[in-house]
Design a protein around this ligand. Structure first.
Ligand code: GGG
Length: 360
């Protein structure tokens, strides 16, 4: 691995802004990273990447070059903005051609998505205060409902039939459940909630519950509660304080990790870490939000999810103090302003990014 003259291991970070507001929030994350780099003398090496976007697709007919893996050789982490520009590329093409390729080929089998109500952020749920909502969604990230297995028969006729498979493996379920139990064990509340739909989806979901029961044997101190996804969604809204770590399949985890942040005011705050915990491959850090074509170009996107994702990346790379400083700067700006419009303020993306950078 590359090293600095002082012997510290260098962190090589591929920077991919992607599409839409990814291009607007990424410069703010880089601004805050640069402030953290100066303050903590971080050994960062940024590698700008101009592919994995719909602009690249428009020129090349694919989202990424054939040698994308070689180009990322030696990279420790990927900082990713957003993908999708449905006016020119169908969403399933852009997603499968970039983000999902990274997740699967780099075996980023955990998608860790913190949900937290911050001081100063108007909460749409009446009577909630900071501290009431502070949990992790652990989303399975390489299998489940996200498969390209299936097809269409009798296409274009009135006998048309479409099939798409869900794939769950013991290996895949056990490793995400183990990760979730470990997260719960490291937190004070010692609680894990499992999202399934074991009454309606009567083969794979009872099986997932069974894998959770088997894993729970190794963690007798953890209180485990199983929920059907529909009532779990209602409980996110009605009783968010009861959650600490929530583990879910790929699709359910995706939905819950938009719903959770929506309950804390805006998904513009929600970060995520696509982790390969073994570090055999680079992990990828991105906001939960997408490219938001409806607001792109106005400079009003909230940069916090992107900046917090960059902080999670530093934490994963072992730079805990820099992570903490970035998170404190985010907390302070959310509490005292300036704020973007989704938070009821008037600041633009760059003003909010600059305010956070100034406090690192
Ligand atoms: N920054 C995340 C992003 O661009 N997400 C687009 C999206 O639709 N992702 C789907 C997923 O996370 O499964």
């Amino acid at each position: 691995p590359a090293q600095n003259p002082d012997g510290r291991r260098r962190h090589r970070i591929a920077v991919i802004a992607g599409d839409g507001i990814g291009k607007e929030v990424m410069p703010e994350a880089l601004r805050v990273l640069s402030a953290a780099q100066q303050k903590f003398d971080l050994p960062l090496e940024l590698v700008p990447i101009d592919w994995a976007s719909c602009d690249y697709y428009a020129e090349h007919g694919q989202m990424m070059p054939d040698d994308w893996k070689q180009q990322l050789q030696g990279v420790d982490a990927i900082l990713f903005g957003a993908v999708g520009w449905p006016a020119t590329v169908p969403d399933h093409i852009s997603l499968w051609g970039s983000l999902l390729k990274f997740r699967r080929e780099f075996d980023q089998y955990i998608n860790l998505r913190p949900v937290r109500l911050f001081e100063g952020v108007p909460c749409p749920l009446a009577g909630r205060k900071p501290g009431d909502i502070d949990f992790l969604v652990v989303r399975e990230n390489t299998e489940g409902e996200y498969t390209n297995l299936g097809g269409v028969m009798y296409a274009g006729t009135d006998r048309e039939i479409v099939l798409q498979e869900t794939v769950m493996s013991r290996f895949g379920a056990d490793r995400v459940l183990k990760f979730a139990f470990e997260q719960a064990a490291a937190r004070p509340r010692q609680k894990l909630d499992v999202a399934t739909k074991s009454n309606g989806i009567a083969i794979s979901m009872p099986w997932w519950d069974g894998r959770a029961d088997a894993m729970a044997q190794h963690y007798p101190q953890i209180a485990v509660e199983k929920h059907h996804i529909d009532i779990l969604a209602a409980r996110f809204v009605l009783q968010p304080q009861r959650f600490d770590v929530v583990v879910a399949s790929n699709l359910f985890g995706d939905i819950l990790s938009d719903l959770g942040p929506a309950c804390t005011g805006t998904i513009g705050l929600a970060p995520s870490a696509n982790l390969n915990p073994e570090r055999t491959f680079p992990s990828l850090f991105e906001p939960v939000h997408g490219s938001a074509p409806d607001i792109y170009g106005q400079g009003i996107a909230n940069p916090v999810a992107m900046i917090w994702s960059a902080a999670l990346m530093l934490q994963f790379l072992g730079e805990q103090a820099a992570h903490d400083a970035m998170l404190h700067a985010i907390e302070h700006v959310l509490a005292h302003g300036p704020r973007t419009r989704d938070l009821g303020g008037l600041a633009n993306t760059a003003e909010m990014g600059a305010a956070i950078a100034a406090l690192v």
